[in-house]
Design a protein around this ligand. Structure first.
Ligand SMILES: [Zn+2]
Length: 378
């Protein structure tokens, strides 16, 4: 291991190196035998939900209680070394209130990049998750749905380009959703207003159509391996894949009972596809950004780093996996000010015991310290 030092001034990184000439009045902190890592970024979470086998049991709770749970999920995530999360589907816009509470200093949280409600066609899943979807059909309705999210405070637009695994049995993850003109209208509206677009997509037809419409990230991408041309287009246009390996793994082989049988079956059928698509994406040079889908069954906030180990198990080096959760993740969410230890970047970083390049599981343990905008928060 080499000695490393980071100097920050007013929340921003001023210098990085082996030995730094810091001003004599600088506050100095030493962490012997530890590794400094840029604050980790999870590009796919749902802070509104906690990873229950069946999330609908919380639907009858008062919104105030849900917001308090969201604050707890945010704190757990920050304490695990994640200094930024992109929430790609909240509930009833409660996440925007959470962000106000964070900026008022009431809640300890990673930086929040928020989508608001998920824009989706009328489908079974849109009614199964109360308050999470904005159903929209036809060109003008989808435009309006996008504008509503942005007016409420959305930084990114999330759309459903295929069915989902957690939806009722008859919604098929391999079937595409939205017509091409609807997809184009969503992307055009979001991009006009300076927002990026994240597309949930399992089936390859939905992935292809979303990429053609100009989305910025493909979430899950489970059946991408069925058409190498789509992967090549993603690579050449710089469309990111957020594979969320953990979500399908924990549904297919859950640590406890309680997942509805049809949901488990949809996941088990697709595990081999997920692995093949991840490998194909790496081979074809598709940029891969870290995301867990934290909130799916048994996929708990604060245990996000488990995704790194699954990426490693599918052939990524520890350094590449860390890159997916830092520099590449920052690019995927359009935040040039985050993701690397370099002068001019936000002083978001975490310090872990040991050397994660040798043993990636070091990052799955609690960090020794977490800094957010230069302030030590853990
Ligand atoms: Zn999700």
């Amino acid at each position: 291991m080499r000695p490393g030092a980071v100097l920050f001034v007013d929340g921003w990184i001023a210098a990085v190196g082996g030995r730094l000439d810091a001003p004599h009045d600088a506050v100095r902190m030493h962490f012997g035998g530890a590794t400094i890592v840029p604050g980790l970024i999870d590009c796919h979470v749902h802070l509104s939900d906690e990873g229950l086998a069946d999330a609908t049991v919380r639907d009858a709770e008062p919104p105030a209680l849900r917001v308090l749970r969201m604050a707890d999920h945010a704190r757990r995530t920050l304490h695990a070394g994640f200094t930024t999360v992109r929430d790609v589907g909240g509930r009833d816009h409660l996440e925007f209130a959470l962000r106000r509470a964070v900026s008022d200093g009431l809640v300890s949280s990673p930086r929040l990049v928020l989508a608001g409600k998920i824009v989706a066609i009328t489908t079974a899943g849109a009614t199964a998750w109360r308050g999470m979807y904005r159903e929209a059909n036809g060109r003008w309705d989808v435009v309006r749905a996008v504008r509503e999210q942005i007016a409420a405070g959305a930084d990114v637009i999330k759309l459903m380009a295929t069915g989902a695994v957690l939806s009722p049995a008859h919604e098929r993850p391999d079937a595409a959703q939205f017509a091409d003109d609807e997809l184009r209208a969503i992307v055009e509206t979001a991009h006009t207003l300076g927002r990026r677009v994240a597309a949930h997509a399992h089936g390859v037809a939905g992935i292809r159509r979303a990429v053609e419409a100009g989305v910025d990230t493909i979430e899950h991408g489970t059946h991408l391996h069925e058409d190498v041309a789509v992967a090549r287009t993603m690579a050449s246009r710089g469309v990111f894949l957020v594979p969320t390996l953990k979500a399908l793994a924990l549904i297919a082989t859950p640590p406890a009972e309680g997942i509805p049988p049809h949901v488990g079956a949809k996941a088990r059928e697709r595990l081999a596809d997920r692995d093949a698509s991840f490998r194909l994406a790496r081979r074809e040079g598709v940029p891969i950004a870290f995301g867990t889908d934290a909130a799916t069954p048994f996929n708990r906030h604060g245990e996000n780093a488990g995704e790194l180990l699954l990426m490693r198990d599918l052939g990524m080096t520890p350094l590449a996996a860390i890159g997916a959760a830092t520099g590449t993740a920052a690019r995927a969410i359009g935040r040039d000010d985050l993701g690397t230890l370099a002068p001019g970047k936000q002083a978001d970083l975490a310090v872990w015991e040991g050397d994660p390049i040798r043993d990636l599981s070091a990052l799955a343990r609690p960090p020794l310290a977490v800094f957010l905008g230069g302030l030590r928060v853990v």
